[in-house]
Design a binder for this molecule. Sequence first.
Ligand code: BGC
Length: 469
Amino acid sequence: MQALRPTGRTIYFFGALGGLLFGYDTGVISGALLFIPNAFKLTPFVKGAVVAGLLLGAMIGAAFAGRLSDRMGRRRLIMIAAVVFTGGALLAAFAPTVAVLIAARFIIGLAVGSAALVVPLYLAEIAPTEVRGRIASLNQLMIVSGILAAFIVNAILASSQNWRLMLGLAAAPSVVLLAGMLFMPETPRFLVHAGEEDTAHDVLEDLPGDEPPGERIEEIREVEQHEESGGGLSGLIRAKWVRPALLVAVGLAVFQQFVGINTIIYYAPTTLTNVGFAKTSAIYANLIIGVINVGMTIFAIRMIDRWGRKPLLFAGVAGMVGSLLVLGISLSALPTPHHPGDPAAIITLICLATFIASFAATWGPVVWVMLPEVLPLSVRGTAMGIAVFGNWGANFLVSQTFPPLVSGLGPGPVFLGYAGLGILAGLFVKFFVAETKGRSLEEIEADLQRAAGRGRRRHEAARPAALSR
Ligand code: BGC
């Protein structure tokens, strides 16, 4: 299958394509939900289940995908996710009952959770160090493009009310993903881990990068030899030196949701109609949000390897907390708006846009870039499974509690609460997160081993040049 030997850009494109399905499937439901009641009776509980089915599936998908990616490889898992995506999308489109629809959403969730884990892992492991941030950010670019595509499809199909087509269209890119991945290589790091060094050598030859393949392989092998655990959950629990990295990964993954991003991605049209927008204007305003999301992600891709990850994370906290404070205070203090021209309505739209711009340029891509960077190779998949499970768990918590909190406390105090969580996210970055820009995955891991006070002499005596370049 690898006779075609694709190189750089093609590999990065197909490697990232799973992100598109992640985005489309999470973005499409807000529009489809308006019309599903034409076919099935939806009580509030059942409606919640249709939305939450995907989130629960994603939590479970992420939990298992980590171990699977360490066992069967990154590439094969992406292909399995593509098959599951396709099956789930078709099942949702043709669902004869609401129970089947919920089951289909859960199945799609399994694939979304797996993709959320394995796509950034694949990209980080296949990209050359100097541009790793940029390449790994392609995952987020695909996610936000998928969300925007879903918003556009929703707007186009709204007049025909064809929710089955909205859901079924996700099958098309997943077939492309499956076909493309047949020709893509496994990552060199996984191949070395699996003892297939000759193949790793071939793959590295086809990839851009300054270092000769032999040296890269030697470096990967060197670092892996100093790892204590044999992978898997039990290995992870035993490996004390991995814990600081795991804390950073889980913290970043959870705070990425606790800053409240999906109260906007999932509920912006609702928030806008609550401040006086008509339904159709709210759907168009939502498109603006989708476009800003894509535009600012492109900005982040250009900056992430120049400015580094930490400055972006701090800038993101400043922008998000600032917009949430203004939003929270104005919704609490100004008279309830009934018209888009009312001050609180205008301020709401501006604050939602500023928040999205701040997230998209920073925490959106940076977190998915950093998770595989901070975790060591032998447990990378399993440990990412825990972090990505945390990300979807936090997503579930935020998106399920947002509507009852807003109706109980009012939107102002709820957004102020998210501003508080944003400040905690900033403190977490300040005290726990180290910069990873410009350092090879092996160097980052060697630092972790040194910090844990293990293997220092062995390591530096054996190979100082490779690890402290
Ligand atoms: C987050 C998603 C979010 C999306 C918005 C991703 O990085 O993980 O939860 O919906 O960004 O663009």
